[in-house]
Ligand binder design. Structure first.
Ligand code: GSH
Length: 195
C-alpha cells in the first residue's frame, strides 16, 4: 500500500501516526506528495487531488483520513477498540481540523481577499469545538483511540500554524491529552517541519 502524504498535512499525519502505532510500516510505503503540485501519481490515485490518499494493492484508493484510519486499524494484528462514541469524538476532532485548516487558508490569501466574516466564523467555531472537546477530555485517557489521536493532531496543528493560539488556557484536559501524545515516538517522528 502507498500512503500519499505531505509533511504539513495534519490529516495525513494522523494516518502516519497510526501506521507507526499499529506496526504497519512494512505494509505501507509513504510517498511525499505536495497536493498543490498536482503530481501525476497523486492525481491518478486521488481525483480530488488531496492528501492523505491510501492506494491499495488492488488499484482502489481510499481518500479520507478517517476512512484510511479505519482501514489501517482493520489491517493491524492488534487493532484499537472502536465504538460509536469514539467515532463521534473523531468526527468532532476532524471538524476542528477542518476549521483550523480553513482559518489557515484565510491567512495565506492575498490581503485584499481577507474576509473578516470567514475568519470570525472559523475562529468562533474553533473555540466552540475546543470547549466541547475539553468537556470530553476526561474520557479520552487511552492513547489507543482514533478520537483521542484526532484531537491531539488537531491541537498540535494549532501550535504549528497558530503559535500565538491560547488553546491551552482554561483547557487542562486537552493540554494533558496533548502532552501524552507529544511524548509518543509516532508523534515526534511525524511532526511537521519547523518554519
Ligand atoms: N477531509 C479530508 C481533508 C484532506 C485535505 O484537505 N487535505 C489537504 C492538505 S491538509 C489537501 O490535500 N489540500 C489540497 C487541496 O485542497 O487542493 C481528509 O480528512 O482527509
Amino acid at each position: 500500500m502507498q500512503l500519499f502524504y505531505s509533511p504539513t498535512s495534519p490529516y495525513a499525519r494522523k494516518c502516519r501516526v497510526l501506521v507507526r502505532e499499529l506496526g504497519l510500516l512494512e505494509l505501507v510505503s509513504e510517498i511525499d506528495a505536495n497536493p498543490f503540485e498536482d503530481g501525476a501519481g497523486l492525481l491518478q490515485a486521488n481525483p480530488l487531488g488531496r492528501v492523505p490518499c491510501l492506494a491499495l494493492e488492488d488499484g482502489r484508493a481510499l481518500t479520507e483520513s478517517s476512512l484510511i484510519a479505519a482501514w489501517l486499524n482493520d489491517q493491524a494484528k492488534t487493532p484499537w477498540a472502536s465504538s460509536w462514541d469514539d467515532r463521534r469524538i473523531e468526527a468532532l476532532g476532524s471538524g476542528l481540523l477542518d476549521l483550523a485548516v480553513a482559518r489557515r487558508v484565510e491567512m495565506v490569501r492575498e490581503a485584499a481577499l481577507f474576509s473578516d466574516f470567514w475568519i470570525g466564523r472559523r475562529e468562533r467555531g474553533i473555540l466552540r469545538a475546543l470547549d466541547e472537546l475539553e468537556a470530553e477530555a476526561p474520557a479520552l485517557t487511552s492513547p489507543q483511540s482514533l478520537g483521542a489521536l484526532t484531537v491531539a493532531i488537531a491541537v498540535d496543528y494549532l501550535d504549528f500554524r497558530f503559535p500565538e493560539s491560547l488553546w491551552r488556557q482554561g483547557r487542562p484536559g486537552l493540554e494533558g491529552l496533548h502532552r501524552v501524545w507529544a511524548q509518543r515516538e509516532s508523534f515526534s517522528l511525524t511532526a511537521p517541519p519547523a518554519g
